[in-house]
Design a protein around this ligand. Structure first.
Ligand SMILES: [Zn+2]
Length: 440
């Protein structure tokens, strides 16, 4: 396959067409909830750079992650499969080896493929590195964040083009501790709340205390999170501006998104992982590619759609039996099914199946199901954006249709899973990040 791609490229160059294959940059800012993004209506100016970028290109205003935490969400992005199928749904589980990935498709077609992931959650043990020629795993430090940006720039500027670069940065993931001049921008000094300092310990304390969303401690934590967003937004904006201003004639495709959202006690939780309410699934998403123009699109889409989209944009073969579909018609403002069922799920606790939650979105409706408990609620996101009321009795056909999607997913649930090797130091790091904490 690879040899064929190289041969085709050589023929293409020989016949004078040249190599106009684009560089592709996929940016994931970890834990960036759409509801905290200014262009999604957030009151604070958290994301001027994302908003400017999105206004120049296509912003998909109703994008959902396929899972509520990093590993399964990113594995879904690269395989266009739900975590119930791709298998990477626990720290000690890895991506199924028989599923082709986006990075493999690009590599096989002659792209140089590089990943820079600033989180140990995506270590090579997970199998997410498959298809990448280089795969840098960095820690959560500020120095590593700056290094991740520099490595991404370096990879895209290297002469062996074209490039696929996956840049996954830790901010605004907790700890919410932005450096100056962002620190203090939205959070006023407060003696009484000095203990809410954005550290993981302070976030856990808010979660455990089951505080109301409007409690001053929750509000302060959210302000610190917003500062962290403003910090990462500014630095990513500089990177994207510099890349888009490059002198190279090579086209550039940029995707700017997040792997999941972040909750601030809207439904009794702080952080992510544990449920499928909008605050944990709704993410910003904007796509820049030659010829797309600028617009805001409100048709619901999933990060499962990204791999099919990027493959079509670059004329590469689709992934077989993908759960998502290419958004290229939608990006070009052509007809697209706005009511297809989009699935997403919470963290799987292998020992606590009753906590597994599944969301099925179709248009304005969303089913929230607890499959192990045989329970579900239908919500109308237009009339009830806070997801409080079960409107299933008013829409029995929609409820039945979306429940059938959950039943189908239960039948697909992979039970024979590949285990990754989680070292003691990995385990300790994940615990420090709150990932091995059963409460989250
Ligand atoms: Zn994440």
């Amino acid at each position: 396959m690879r040899a064929l791609a190289v041969l085709l490229l050589a023929l293409c160059v020989a016949c004078g067409r040249g190599d106009d294959r684009p560089d592709v940059l996929v940016i994931v800012a970890d834990s960036l909830a759409a509801s905290h993004v200014s262009s999604h209506g957030h009151a604070r100016p958290t994301t001027p750079c994302f908003d400017t970028f999105a206004a120049r290109h296509v912003r998909l205003a109703e994008a959902s992650a396929a899972a509520a935490w990093t590993l399964p969400s990113v594995a879904s992005l690269f395989t266009s499969q739900l975590q119930e199928v791709h298998g990477a749904r626990d720290d000690e589980l890895r991506l199924r080896d028989d599923l082709p990935t986006l990075a493999e498709r690009f590599r096989d077609a002659g792209w140089s493929t590089h990943a820079i992931v600033q989180t140990p959650v995506l270590g090579s043990r997970t199998g997410v590195d498959r298809g990448f020629a280089t795969y840098e795993v960095l820690d959560f430090s500020l120095a590593s964040f700056e290094r991740a940006l520099a490595l991404a720039r370096q990879a895209l500027d290297a002469p062996q083009a074209p490039h696929l670069v996956y840049l996954h940065v830790a901010p605004p993931h907790m700890p919410y501790q932005a450096p100056p001049p962002f620190r203090g921008r939205f959070s006023a000094d407060s003696q009484a709340l000095a203990h809410v300092d954005g550290s993981i310990a302070s976030a856990r304390a808010v979660h455990r205390a089951r505080l109301a969303p409007d409690h001053p401690a929750v509000a302060r934590l959210a302000a610190l999170y917003d500062e962290h967003i403003a910090f990462v937004d500014a630095r990513l904006g500089e990177l994207v501006d510099a890349l888009q201003a490059r002198a190279t004639p090579r086209p550039l495709v940029v995707v700017w998104t997040s792997d999941h959202g972040e909750a601030f006690m809207e439904h009794g939780e702080q952080g992510h992982n544990s449920s499928v309410y909008e605050e944990m699934l709704h993410v910003p998403l904007a796509v820049a590619a030659p010829g797309l123009g600028a617009r805001v699109e409100s048709t619901p889409v999933s990060l499962l759609d990204l791999a099919p989209t990027l493959l079509e944009l670059c004329d590469l073969p689709a992934l077989p039996q993908a759960a998502g579909r290419s958004l290229v018609p939608l990006l070009r403002n052509e007809p697209f099914d706005a009511n297809r069922a989009l699935l997403a799920s919470s963290r799987h606790y292998e020992t606590k199946p009753e906590r597994w939650q599944v969301a099925v979105r179709s248009g304005r409706f969303k089913l929230h199901a607890w499959p192990a408990l045989g329970r579900s609620e239908l919500r109308d996101l237009e009339l009830d954006p806070g997801e409080r009321d079960d409107c299933g009795s008013a829409h029995p056909d929609m409820r039945a249709r979306l429940e059938r999607e959950v039943e189908h997913l239960q039948r697909e649930l992979a039970t024979t899973l590949d285990r990754g090797e989680l070292s003691e130091s990995d385990r300790r790091t994940l615990r420090e990040l709150g990932y091995a904490d059963d409460e989250r």
